[in-house]
Design a protein around this ligand. Structure first.
Ligand SMILES: [Mg+2]
Length: 449
């Protein structure tokens, strides 16, 4: 059913909206909320079918309600955090606030118009023609591709995200003590909250986007990256990413920022790879889709073929870690590398992965880091082969995987984020230390999508 989302507290008006929507046809329906907090909590669940949103501003409490009904402006602010998905009509008599809502949405790129609730039968005479006009202007594109197993996919993505975030936080904490990592972890880490860095912030945006759209909608992903960056810029972002995020925040096109990076070569940094494991988890049942979606996620910031190759390699490693979670441990090292090599495009990253695949688990990690790189250069070729080696050889022990990865130094938070995001998928949540899960700062996802 084509759906109009309505925020309206007045019963008489609601009856008017219902009868107007009947005139649009039998395939139209209204989804009505009487208060802003409930609409904010629930409306993202309805985005799949939404064709138009109509918002009041001033809301009276419903009979018997014990909470503040909020205002339409609060809903407009929530919508402004999203990529525009449909036209919005503001039908409030409160002119000042109606313009505030209008501004919130306009600045966020939404198509928005006002209808003044004036005169008799304004819903049929003014609102309904405006609805027809706006729907005609804007044929709705198909943004949403959530499949029937979306919630299982999300469970996997969230598991990977948790593994990633814990790795990131511990890696950051021990970056300057990496040589002592094993001893410090053995004795017990200091109490939390353990703060994560840019790796987790950007992975959260990927998970947010998948949660809502079921695929990498690149405009939405760029917007969510920038939104999180603007809220908390001091999460250790690299200078090129900071520049790109600032440009997006100022209204620039992410395509421009991504392709013009580093004298138009595009970035080959490890930033695409560091955040992508949850995406591999989400598409774990379909490796070619994982490749295509990993590439799409990389291109928002990292367009250099090495940056893209590193992103694809980690997505496949994560997907494969899930697929092989019950396989014999010697067998799965081989099969994980086979899949990663099969899907990663020819590149320095892939050549490093080939060496990694031939490096036995008995080689000391310092020697492996020396041969493959450990992220000191913060590039994908310097990071990804080492991280995949650490993960593939420790798929059955999250603690060991993280400890070993950090002990080799280099880009500790990113290395451990990548390894954590992969290994979590093979060990499962129960085998990530409970204390680590508890001490890690909470992850803020968009509500209820
Ligand atoms: Mg970081």
């Amino acid at each position: 059913m084509k759906t109009i989302l309505l925020l309206e507290d007045n019963d008489e008006r609601i009856a008017g909206f219902k009868s107007a929507v009947r005139e649009l046809g039998e395939d139209w329906q209204l989804h009505i909320w009487h208060d802003a907090p409930t609409m904010i909590a629930e409306c993202e669940n309805c985005f799949d079918d939404v064709h138009l949103i109509s918002l009041d501003h001033d809301l009276d409490p419903q009979p018997g309600a014990t909470f503040d009904p909020g205002t339409g402006l609060e809903v407009a602010k929530l919508l402004a955090g999203h990529f525009p998905i449909c036209p919005v009509i503001i039908h409030s008599t409160n002119a000042d606030r109606a313009w505030s809502m209008h501004n919130e949405l306009r600045f966020a790129g939404w198509t928005v118009d006002r209808v003044g609730p004036i005169g008799d039968d304004w819903i049929r005479k003014l609102w309904l023609p405006k609805v027809r006009e706006m729907l005609g202007q804007l044929p709705r594109s198909e943004f949403f591709q959530r499949s029937s197993d979306h919630s299982e996919r999300m469970q996997r993505a969230l598991l990977s995200l948790e593994g990633l975030a814990i790795g990131d936080a511990i890696g950051e904490m021990l970056a300057y003590r990496h040589a002592d990592a094993a001893r410090i972890i053995e004795r017990g880490l200091p109490a939390g909250p353990w703060f994560h860095t840019d790796d987790t912030e950007m992975a959260l945006s990927i998970v947010d986007t998948l949660k809502l759209y079921g695929h990498i909608h690149q405009d939405e992903l760029a917007r969510r990256f920038a939104w999180r960056f603007e809220r908390e810029p001091d999460r250790g972002y690299g200078s090129m990413t900071r520049k790109q995020m600032n440009e997006i925040t100022r209204g620039g096109d992410w395509r421009q920022g991504a392709t013009s990076a580093f004298g138009s070569q595009g970035s080959m940094g490890n930033g695409g790879a560091m955040r992508v494991a949850p995406l591999g988890a989400y598409f774990a049942n379909d490796l070619s889709r994982a490749v295509e979606q990993a590439r799409a996620s990389s291109l928002v910031t990292h367009t250099h073929p090495e940056g893209v190759a590193g992103t694809i390699a980690i997505a496949i490693a994560a997907a494969k870690a899930w697929q092989l979670r019950e396989a014999d441990s010697a067998e799965r090292v081989v099969r994980l590398f086979e899949a990663v090599l099969e899907h990663t495009p020819e590149s320095k990253v892939r050549r490093g992965l080939l060496i990694a695949s031939q490096t036995p688990t008995t080689v000391p990690v310092e020697a492996v880091a020396k041969a493959l790189g450990n992220g000191t250069l913060v590039t994908a070729p310097d990071t990804v082969p080492f991280a995949v080696w650490c993960a593939a050889n420790h798929l059955d022990n999250y603690t060991e995987a993280i400890t070993l990865t950090i002990s080799a130094g280099g880009d500790c938070d990113t290395n451990a984020a990548i390894v954590g995001g992969i290994v979590a998928l093979s060990v499962g949540r129960e085998r990530i230390p409970a204390e680590w899960r508890k001490e890690k700062e909470p992850l803020l996802l968009i509500p209820n999508a």
